[in-house]
Design a binder for this molecule. Structure first.
Ligand code: MV4
Length: 452
């Protein structure tokens, strides 16, 4: 079989480390890259390194990186064949993906219908349940009334969690401990959901008190070939922001790993999903429950790359261009262990953001050490965007070798001039609970409050 060559030129609709990550994959494949940038990012590394660059608007993301018309114009002017959206911004905007395709440009990601489907958390749960994935018990659809909510809660038992259908990432959730609280929770959650998403639809789930967040990476081509690349444990979070991620999860047995990967792969084949995707599960007491699917490349994808030896961005470009995966599940092996630290420009105790000029800069190196960052000495971190400035990813033969290598690499990392969360990472990586792998989604919040 012959296949069309991968794209001639790709526009990267993003900034920061992920724009560099995509640019690097393009260059290694002989694909030309186009950077887009706001006026605040004229001196950004992704602009410096790309083959071409186009300014798409003022600093505010709403007028630049979220400006679909400006990005499509840029892609048309420079004759880009494809757009990679990275994560955040327009990455999970189904209307944007559809507009890209209507312009005869390939969207490097799933079909617009699949982005739309998974953006509706109730619909996503339904199709996943029907495809044989275990889901959290709850209302098998949106709740229309207080009476219905009460009936569902009585049925599954308290505590329950009220969630927004259009939500995700923890916004618009309310824990309900007893029947008396349900009316209040519904109206507060509905108001928050309307304000945040312009959609007040809600659903109800059994509240799991101490879950781990474990997610499965999948990759699918246009010919029905699907593989999973194992799981990531992303339970070390603060305010619904992941702080440390690792692969494999220290909590899963080999049988559980095989099972969670198999159900995810089966579901993807069933609903004909294409490109990269992630199934998010809550894991508690030896059972896992699907909660959401992410239809984008994720921030934490490098830990999967480090243990699988597969370049996920390269694969996204290949399958988007129509190439077959060319390997099957039996060809995928999980090797050793990888941990990622997300380093933010923030005070490590108060988490107040700390943009400004970077002074001396020295990134760590050595065997098994990877730094995904767009920082350089003298760079000015702008105040307009996400505070994540670097990801330090380390691989080792086993979890503890990996962890000790990461502690070593953090000590080498010099980022002068701004405050960073490196000291927090150093503390948490040396804490007994992290060393034991004994943590859940609430552990880090308690740790930063000094409770353990
Ligand atoms: C849950 C849950 C417990 N039970 N769902 C948070 C982000 C979003 N992706 C899903 N999230 C959760 N869903 C059920 N049925 C716990 C979380 C959760 C969480 C909840 C409250 C406070 C902090 C949290 C941190 C991580 C996950």
């Amino acid at each position: 079989m012959s296949h069309p060559p991968v794209f001639h030129k790709v526009l990267i609709a993003n900034r920061g480390e992920i724009a560099l990550r995509i640019l690097r994959a393009c260059r290694e494949m002989g694909v030309l890259s186009v950077a887009v940038h706001s006026t605040a990012d004229a001196n950004a590394m992704h602009v410096r390194l790309a083959d071409e660059s186009i300014c798409i608007g003022p600093p505010a993301a709403s007028e630049s990186y979220l400006n679909a018309a400006a990005i499509l114009t840029a892609a048309t002017i420079c004759n880009a064949e494809a757009i990679h959206p990275g994560y955040g911004f327009l990455a999970e905007n189904a209307d944007f993906a559809a507009m890209v395709e209507e312009h005869g440009i390939s969207f490097i990601g799933p079909a617009p219908e699949h982005i739309r489907l998974m953006g509706d958390k109730v619909a996503a749960k339904r199709v996943c349940r029907e495809a044989g994935i275990p889901v959290v018990p709850g209302s098998d659809g949106p709740v229309e009334s207080e009476d219905q909510a009460r009936a569902v809660a009585d049925d599954i038992g308290y505590p329950v969690l009220v969630k927004a259908t259009a939500g995700g990432g923890g916004r618009g959730m309310k824990v309900v401990n007893e029947p008396d609280e349900i009316a209040n929770a519904l109206s507060t959650a509905r108001a928050e959901a309307v304000a945040a998403f312009g959609n007040g639809e809600l659903y109800i789930e059994k509240y799991l008190a101490r879950p781990r967040h474990i997610e499965v990476q999948i990759l699918a081509d246009l010919h029905g070939n699907v593989v999973h690349l194992g799981e990531r444990d992303c339970s070390v979070q603060r305010r619904h922001q992941k702080v440390v991620e690792e692969a494999p999860s220290p909590a899963l047995s080999p049988n559980e790993r095989e099972e969670i990967g198999r159900v995810a792969t089966t579901a993807v084949k069933r609903f004909g999903y294409r490109n990269a995707g992630t199934f998010e599960f809550l894991y508690e007491d030896g059972k896992f429950y699907f909660i959401e699917m992410n239809t984008r490349l994720q921030v934490e994808h490098p830990v999967t790359e480090m243990v699988c030896g597969i370049d996920l961005v390269r694969e996204m470009l290949r399958v988007a261009s129509g190439a077959p995966l060319g390997y099957g599940q039996k060809d995928i092996n999980i090797n050793g262990h990888a941990i990622e630290c997300r380093i933010n420009a923030e005070n490590p105790e108060t988490f107040a953001s700390s943009p400004g000029r970077v002074g001396d800069y020295h990134a760590p190196g050595g065997l098994g050490v990877r730094v995904d960052s767009a920082l350089y000495g003298g760079y000015v971190v702008p105040p307009y965007y996400d505070s994540m400035i670097a990801k330090l990813i380390v691989h080792g033969n086993n979890r503890d070798d990996c962890r000790m290598r990461l502690v070593r690499a953090l000590r080498e990392y010099v980022i002068d001039g701004i405050e960073t969360t490196i000291p927090l990472h150093q503390r948490l990586l040396e804490s007994p609970r992290f060393i034991a792998g004994d943590y859940d989604v609430h552990w880090l919040e308690k740790f930063v409050r000094g409770e353990n």
